[in-house]
Design a protein around this ligand. Structure first.
Ligand code: NOJ
Length: 561
């Protein structure tokens, strides 16, 4: 049987607000994306994942949806979307959308009705609970963007649950009508021809019905996990979604899976369980967490990265992995895991090599292929993100030093990923993004880091990604090979092999700013190799005992058994 297409694919993530503005209003849009399809085709990607494009008051940049079946007008119209889809399909590029069904916007008509009283058709679409006898919240859960996870509504004399902002009420998946509404909506999108969904915080949809208090010591903004993550009916709900909708189409699904370990992820992705194709886990994103969770100035350790990524490679052998360094919620990878100064280009290529040679479906976040780095915003007021604003205030209230606050926000704010895509280096032209005022400030690095410059330089990060993506088509070992970590003790170099059909792929990636050496496994010493790709030239034909590696060097060799 042929492989599922999503196993052979590379996905490119587009943050619509920040990709390309076609009409000068300062906000990216669907026609802008359509205009840039040739660029994506050149890069060689197979699938586009679009962050939410539906009608929304944009309290959380579209993750608060007020109508699932309408396109937000600043992005365009349904006709624009259909044209974009058709044009992409002509280039054999698929499009997946973001499915945000743990919660809606409080401006969704379902919620507007639901909050009115306890006896209307929408009363049970959301999670309503009576106050405690003293009038306080039903339990002690905090919400992701600050404050209690419960909001009081006098009309019902009840609280509703919101794991995120209070403008993002959680849907009640216990109600079969809610599940049917979601299935109906998904079916409409599939009938329109979309190729799949990325499913927002999908591991949160089933809540423990006893709504227990969170134990002490749990970070407040994530304390709802105790009763809301990987809940009792989550597998049942996803299986139902699969049977009722997904299995009827040749589509892909990737579930965002906060607070999910590799054993749980396997259950979501095992083909025989018929739930999801793959999930996004966060274990490697947590390696630099501190006392405010992600807002810290801690640097990850290579040894931790090795053990986390290796665990997921091995555990999901029978499921499937999604591979990513960055997305719209994370800082820029080259700043976080590489070196965004002297070795920006080399380390961006090294990180790409490490990820794209692993087993799973790689995701490229817009600008990663240019080596975009974190942004020094002109002032704190220029940050737009609801999460950044909350943590900024919290850290200030707690008396943290301004250097800690500014540094942790610079290192971790989601807005690092959301500045407009620099199509060229010309400020007067809005860097090719927009002829108007951009909705969020431009990165000050755009004049040197931009698409035009990358496309003109045959040695650029862009062309390196292009080559990595094309190797995946030519070498099935990249898709199927069995993973094994080597040189586990090496503190600076992350090396592994893949094995498939009498072939071995050897991947060597240095995280060191200095030249370093790395041992070649004894069984491979002296073997003839074919050099597939590397961020420095290599003439190697035969494996030595040691590699002499330059700063952030990455090399990939193929060995025929
Ligand atoms: C995860 C999304 O990626 C993030 O951007 C959003 O704020 C939350 N889910 C809530 O939908």
């Amino acid at each position: 049987m042929a492989d599922a297409w999503w196993k052979n694919s590379v996905v490119y993530q587009i943050y619509p607000q920040s990709f390309k503005d076609s009409n000068g209003d300062g906000v990216g849009d669907l026609n802008g994306i359509k205009e840039k399809l040739p660029y994506l085709h050149k890069l060689g990607i197979d699938v586009i994942w679009l962050n939410p494009i539906y009608e929304s008051p944009l309290v959380d940049n579209g993750y608060d949806i007020s109508d699932y079946e309408r396109i937000l007008s600043i992005y365009g119209t349904m006709e624009d979307f259909q044209e974009l889809l058709a044009e992409a399909h002509k280039l054999e590029i698929k499009i997946i959308l973001d499915l945000v069904v743990n919660h809606t916007s409080d401006k969704h008509s379902w919620f507007i009705e639901s909050r009115k009283n306890k006896n209307n058709p929408y009363s049970d679409y959301y999670i309503w609970k009576d106050p405690k006898p003293d009038g306080s919240e039903p339990n002690n859960w905090g919400s992701t963007f600050g404050g209690s996870a419960w909001e009081y509504v006098p009309e019902r004399n009840q609280y509703y649950l919101h794991c995120f902002a209070k403008e993002q009420p959680d849907l009640n998946w216990e109600n079969p009508t809610v599940r049917q509404e979601i299935q109906k909506m998904m079916t409409k999108w599939f009938d329109l021809g979309i190729d799949g969904f990325r499913m927002d915080v999908i591991t949160l949809i089933s809540k423990r019905q006893d709504y227990p208090d969170a134990p002490g010591g749990v970070p407040y903004t994530k304390s709802y996990y105790v009763g809301a993550s990987n809940g009792p009916r989550v597998h049942e709900f996803l299986h139902e979604l699969n049977q009722e909708v997904l299995s009827r189409y040749n589509v892909m699904t990737v579930g965002e899976a906060p607070n999910t370990n590799s054993d749980q992820a396997l259950q979501y992705t095992l083909p025989e369980n018929e739930e999801l194709n793959m999930v996004f886990h966060f274990d490697h994103m947590h390696l630099d967490y501190g006392r405010y969770g992600k807002f810290s100035d801690i640097r990850f350790k290579v040894s931790d990265l090795k053990s986390v990524l290796t665990e997921w490679q091995l555990k999901l052998e029978k499921g499937w992995n999604s591979l990513y360094w960055s997305n719209h919620d994370q800082p820029r990878a080259v700043t976080r895991f590489g070196d965004d100064g002297e070795f920006r280009v080399q380390s961006a290529k090294m990180l790409a090599t490490l990820l794209h040679m692993m087993k799973g479906t790689p995701y490229v976040f817009q600008g990663e292929e240019l080596g975009m780095k974190n942004v020094h915003f002109d002032s704190v007021e220029n940050y737009k993100d609801i999460e950044t604003k909350y943590f900024y205030e919290l850290m200030k209230e707690n008396g943290e030093s301004s250097s800690y606050i500014n540094n942790s926000i610079y290192l971790k704010s989601r807005d690092n990923a959301r500045t407009p895509f620099p199509w060229n280096g010309n400020k007067e032209e809005g860097y090719g993004f927009s002829s108007g005022n951009p909705w969020i400030q431009y990165s000050p690095d755009n004049s040197s880091i931009n698409a035009e410059a990358c496309l003109e330089d045959s040695n650029s990060i862009f062309y390196y990604y292009q080559k990595l993506i094309s190797l995946r088509r030519d070498y099935p070992i990249i898709i199927h090979g069995k993973y094994e970590l080597i040189n586990e003790e090496d503190s600076d170099v992350f090396s592994y092999v893949r094995e498939y059909n009498k072939q071995i792929l050897l991947i060597v990636c240095s995280f060191s700013k200095k030249p370093t050496t790395s041992q070649v496994p004894s069984k491979l010493i002296g073997r003839q190799v074919k050099h597939l790709i590397g961020n420095y030239e290599s003439e190697l034909k035969q494996l030595p005992k040691f590699f002499e590696l330059k700063p952030f060097e990455a090399q990939v060799f193929l060995i025929e058994q």
